[in-house]
Design a binder for this molecule. Structure first.
Ligand code: NAD
Length: 451
């Protein structure tokens, strides 16, 4: 990572962005669209480079890298380009009779200078996707990638900083603990993707300046498997969702709660599908710290399949275990499978995960999970499939996050609603002014009639 900007340089940059925002240029919808079109072209022209750094930093294969990072951002750009005119139109609301004659409406206005901080696990997609939303809503952006995917971080910095004016969009590389220098009175919104603990620090820092905050945090996502399922399809959907990106996905199923009637056949099928899907069964872990954390989990749990690893290559086998003592999110290729006999009892233990998954054909059990649990999102009969639909809001609740984005929610998240009333001089109701010479009883009757 190159030497970072000094405090003074950061301050000057943020003030420049504030001035550019105040010039009103980003309010122009055609300006926003042309920025998005330019960004899309840059991504398409540099696809090969992007896939290369994702392989080097994370060992991502090109299919997963293309779908979950490159195409993921492009789809978000396309949806916003398609809808930006409609979403940014003034929205009329009803008038109140007391204000007759007048008109009332609201408009989405940008928040100003947005700071977007992202994690290493999808270094390209998780920085660029919110940046796309911020641009579409008419903001200026400072992006801070994670230092743990250094090649991706440098490439994003080069692609953005060489193609856009810094007073509009700028990428700054900083180490984690240095990041807070970016949060100050010049920032209007902080959008953070990362772990819950750092999310708390960001929230605290932003609260000093009363800055709007979005937190996209971690998830210990339970996956319920009922006995009323198509077993083959269920296991394929779970194994794919779990081991995608070596299990380093915030919405990966963290552990399985399987109906005790089918526990054994579920485990056998899982082993069969792992063998079918992964020829070499080696999952690359981002760094030694996370590798050691995962090996410690393997050592403490009862492994029923896999469990081998290579310290030299930071690789771990797809591992199944029959216990779950680890309290934090696993965030790696280890899948605990435990059984349940009472779904009601189990769902009462769940606390605010990012996602909950249920595999069941039973409509009543589906309803139970949808209505009686509290999570960011729910996917029935699927796992990470849910995030592919950009039309669905995405975000967590409490420890798993604050706020939603993707599609319309991205546009809305990076905007605020400004309510506007325009009154006419044609008529003025003198009764509303002091000294209020109207009995309260009569006033109440009038209010009732005017409602
Ligand atoms: P992290 O919290 O360690 O780091 C995230 C970002 O914060 C990085 O850019 C880092 O440089 C910065 N940072 C680190 N320490 C900081 C500090 N003290 N002050 C300010 N900034 C600091 O997270 P990570 O390890 O990069 O990512 C993994 C976590 O992110 C997991 O918990 C995962 O579930 C979560 N995640 C959530 C989502 C989501 O959309 N909800 C998506 C991906 C990852």
């Amino acid at each position: 990572m190159e030497s970072s900007l000094t405090h003074d340089e950061i301050n000057i940059l943020q003030i420049k962005q504030k001035e550019f925002f105040n010039s009103g240029k980003t309010l122009n919808i055609d300006f926003r669209k042309s920025t998005l079109i330019k960004l899309k072209k840059i991504i398409e022209e540099n696809e090969e480079q992007i896939l290369k750094v994702l392989l080097e930093d994370l060992g991502k294969n090109e299919i997963e890298a293309f779908t979950s990072e490159v195409n993921y951002v492009i789809e978000e750009i396309d949806i916003l380009l398609e809808n930006i005119d409609k979403w940014s139109k003034d929205k009329k609301v009803k008038n109140s009779l007391i204000n007759f004659p007048s008109k009332s409406y609201y408009k989405y206005v940008p928040n100003g200078v947005c700071l977007i901080i992202s994690s290493w696990n999808y270094p390209f997609g998780l920085l660029l996707t919110p940046i796309v939303g911020a641009i579409a809503a008419g903001n200026c952006v400072i992006g801070k990638p994670s230092e743990h995917a250094p090649k991706a971080s440098k490439l994003i910095k080069d692609l953005i900083n060489n193609n856009f004016n810094e007073e509009y969009i700028k990428i700054i590389e900083l180490k984690g603990e240095e990041t807070n220098v970016l949060i100050n009175e010049n920032i209007n919104q902080v959008f953070f993707t990362g772990g819950t603990e750092v999310g708390r620090i960001i929230n605290q820092e932003a609260s000093k300046y009363l800055i709007k905050v979005n937190l996209e945090l971690g998830g210990k996502n339970p996956c319920f498997v009922d006995d009323d399922i198509d077993l083959d399809v269920t296991v394929k959907r779970i194994i794919w969702g779990k081991f995608f990106n070596s299990g380093q996905t915030c919405i990966a199923p963290d552990y399985i709660l399987v109906n005790e009637n089918i526990k054994d056949i579920f485990i056998n099928k899982s082993i069969e599908i792992i063998k079918e899907f992964y020829d070499n069964n080696k999952f690359k872990i981002i760094n030694k710290k996370h590798f050691d954390r995962l090996i410690n989990i393997i050592k403490k749990e009862e492994v029923i399949y896999g469990g081998n690893y290579s310290e030299d290559n930071l690789e771990i086998e797809a591992t199944l275990c029959s216990t779950i003592n680890y309290k934090d999110e696993i965030f790696g290729p280890i899948l605990p499978i435990i059984s349940y006999n009472n779904l009601n009892k189990e769902i009462n233990k769940i606390q605010n995960p990012l996602n909950i998954y249920l595999f069941s054909k039973n409509k009543e059990k589906q309803r139970l999970i949808i209505e009686n649990t509290n999570s960011g999102n729910i996917v029935i009969n699927g796992t990470i499939h849910g995030i592919v639909n950009h039309h669905l809001p995405f975000g967590g609740v409490s420890e798993s996050g604050i706020g939603t984005y993707h599609g319309f929610d991205s546009f809305e998240t990076f905007s605020r609603k400004k309510g506007i009333m325009v009154k006419s001089f044609l008529f003025d109701n003198n009764k509303i002014y002091p000294p209020y010479n109207i009995p309260l009883k009569i006033l109440k009757k009038i209010i009732k009639v005017l409602k």
